[in-house]
Design a binder for this molecule. Sequence first.
Ligand SMILES: [Zn+2]
Length: 498
Amino acid sequence: MRITAAFSIVIASCLLAPPHVAADVTKPSRSTIESQYREVATRIIDATMQQNGAWKKMEGLCDGVGHRISGSPELDKAVEWALATMRSDGHENVHPEKAMIPKWTRGDEWAKLVEPRISDLHMLGLGMSVGTPTGGVTGRVVIVQDEDAFDKAAGQMRGAIVLFNNPMPQWTHEKGACYGHTVRFRGKGPRMAAEKGAVACLVRSVTARSLRSPHTGATHFHEDGLSIPGAAITTEDADMLQRMVDAGEAPVVTLKMDARYHGMVPGANVIGELRGSERPDEVVVISGHLDAWDVGQGAHDDGGGCVAAMEAISVLRRLGLRPRRTIRVVLWTNEENGVFGAKQYVIDHKDELAKHVAAIESDSGTFTPVGMSVQHDDKSRQAAMANRMTEILALLEPIGPMKATEGWSGADVGLMRSAGVPLLGQNVHGATYFDYHHTHADTLDKVDPKDLSQCVASMAVVSYIIADMPGRLDDLPELTPTNIHSTRGDIKSAPHHR
Ligand SMILES: [Zn+2]
């Protein structure tokens, strides 16, 4: 084909300096995500904030079912409730997926200070703990704050009750709650103390603020049976025992627990979908865990996470929005004491994980959403995810400022990390979460309806965009449609090169 000289000059000048490049240098073009999804994101947020479907679901789960520990009849009832609720919302592929899960029961339990005076101690046995003999166990209290103090006091522990009095620091914006660090003795304490000959283990409740409410949670389970009963006492009672020891007194405590492990029993993850219009076999998982401790109502932990996921696809369905890929709600079973629901999912869906374009978990309470964390096995892909999430989260501006951070996503979705699935965790304003976490006080009245709706909107907008956008969230910058688009203009304005 012949090209005239005049025509080839036009082509050459376009290649060298196309007219739109000059405009882009001073005024960067809007990103693909911004220009394609701003309008729909606003529509999703507006619709969510005007509806109360999420709150109705919370009433159904928290008031209608209540607490629901792994292996309990209440958790079976929660599974039935979730299936019926997702079916009545018109979702596709609603079904349970069987997983074998541990059954542990608390039974009757109490703790008493018997020397230097008699007083009840407020306590909750630790999940998966062994019980005491029928009459309980009695021992003088040895108090340690950390591993160093434990090693120093190890010689005094035979026949004693060891108290790990390790306080949780106050929550701050910079450091958060420090849960992972503070909680360590709840998991490993009973075994550590058992190895030194102690007869029982107490841990200071993992909270920075208390109205004398004990906080339960799982302790490590040991098949070899070398363990002793473990219980959490309130921060107030831990402080009192500490003051007594500091004053030279020798407090003695009796602990009674009928706790019992009953083995593995059948349970189920619950699935429901908004099927994709073009690539239905590619999946965005949105999730929370359906099980909860056997106290309170499991409202923040993690009823709100389950309901946010369920309601997110209900909102999209009511708006007639069907993304290219499938959004799959997964309500995990047994997050609290074993994560056996997520373990089973990874086994059952192993051939499909390569087509999981993202897995999102909400398990930090249902407070004001502040962004999402991103996690990927490959650090360069994780950085690419963070950049792209910054663009997506900008569309949640009507709710408030949002930030993408790199790090922890969730205990359940975390099991898909080694399969290369891009993971996300819903981040919320976390200043009060650990006031309620794993206590009798984790009830629906602690959830703010507006915060709950905002969490639904966050989950709906983010999952819709990730399920609909042309590329994957973890595509490396040079592969993304966003970047290809922007290199036509000014590469410096491309979001992935900022
Ligand atoms: Zn949880």
